[in-house]
Design a protein around this ligand. Structure first.
Ligand code: COA
Length: 325
């Protein structure tokens, strides 16, 4: 049986920056509060005519180049997103057209900020069971298009980005273990509504933009710290390892308090945790793959290192994976 190994990494962030000084101009907030409560300094924001598929395409091209692979060689494209350009065609189909991956199947998945790890779990199965040999997975979101810039409890958190990885069948260890989960019973703690507007949800949004993200922040934070620690510990054990074997944790970049709260519970020291939230904020599906790209390309994660990816998000969902780089 082949292993699924990442052979190429890519990312894209838009040029436009909303720094904390800009956020101070649009809502009642300040740099000190945002920095202390979240760790965020800046977010990247897509242009009005720039969409998730545009960012996903850029990240995909970079990952393919990094893997020295032609798009025609791909068997499958999975895009993890909650902000696809259209209900249909999927973002993955738009990317397939843009990059010319004529032989690839393509579909989107919705697991919010856990999306990239969920896509990794799917890709691992397809490669290990021999169905496919070359898979492109992308996490991409333009949260700015569904963010309420009058709600200071959410708008200071979110940004736009895309991250991509090419997976190939390999004799070397790659994705060693994956664990994903969901708790739909608490799903309405973090929402972005669409076709259905039920009375209870409408009631909660009086005075707010009902088409944008709405969140019970403190409750989501409590859930996140606990579930990230549990999921990471579980997946490390499933890989037959202990936390001492792990060179780096690459967590979903939601809030530094969540990240360090979870890593403390895992028994991991801060220097083994990759953080880039100060530059991008929370970019949902893109958060983990962009951090993974930077961790690998900066040398924080070196060839042969065993690392953990771990995230949580809307659904509520979570996911963790152990990779050998
Ligand atoms: N600037 C200044 N004050 C703010 C503020 C802002 N941007 N946002 C909220 N506040 C205020 C609140 O109104 C509240 O004031 P009050 O005590 O007078 O009512 C106070 O700060 C504390 O608010 P609270 O919501 O309890 O803060 P918190 O410590 O929970 O931090 C979040 C708020 C949103 C940063 C935090 O809950 C969080 O990160 N949650 C997880 C969100 C997340 O990751 N979501 C995405 C999941 S993928």
């Amino acid at each position: 049986m082949s292993n699924a190994k990442i052979t190429g990494y890519g990312y894209y962030v838009p040029e436009k920056v909303y720094d904390n000084a800009y956020m101070e101009q649009i809502v009642e907030t300040n740099d000190e509060w945002i920095t202390q409560r979240t760790g965020i300094k800046e977010r990247r924001i897509a242009k009005d005519n720039e969409y998730t598929s545009d960012m996903a395409t850029e990240a995909a091209r970079m990952a393919l180049e990094d893997a020295h692979m032609a798009a025609e060689a791909l068997d499958l494209i999975i895009v993890a997103t909650i902000t696809a350009d259209y209900h249909t065609p999927s973002c993955a189909c738009v990317v397939q057209k843009n990059i010319g991956a004529a032989h690839a199947a393509a579909f989107d998945i919705n697991a919010a900020c856990s999306g990239f790890v969920t896509a990794l779990a799917i890709a691992k199965q397809f490669i290990e069971n021999g169905t496919y040999q070359k898979i492109l997975i992308i996490g991409a979101d333009t949260l700015s298009k569904i963010t309420d810039y009058k709600d200071r409890g959410t708008c200071i958190l979110f940004g736009d980005a895309a991250g991509a990885a090419v997976l190939e069948a390999s004799a070397e260890p790659g994705v060693m273990a994956v664990d994903i989960g969901a708790n739909g019973a608490d799903g309405m703690k973090l929402t972005s509504l669409d076709l259905k507007a039920d009375a209870e949800e409408t009631e909660k949004r009086v005075g707010k933009d009902a088409s944008k993200i709405f969140m019970a922040g403190a409750e989501v934070m409590k859930f996140a710290v606990k579930i990230m620690a549990e999921a990471a510990s579980k997946v490390v054990a499933e890989a037959g390892l202990t936390m001492d074997d792990i060179a780096l944790i690459v967590p979903h970049q939601a809030n530094t308090r969540i990240i360090y709260g979870a890593s403390k519970r895992m028994g991991i020291s801060d220097d083994k945790v990759f953080v880039n939230i100060q530059k991008y904020g929370n970019t949902s599906g893109a958060s983990i793959p962009v951090a993974l790209y930077e961790a690998v390309k900066s040398g924080r994660a070196k060839p042969g290192d065993k690392i953990v990816l771990v995230g949580f998000g809307g659904g509520l969902t979570w996911g963790a994976a152990v990779l050998q780089i």
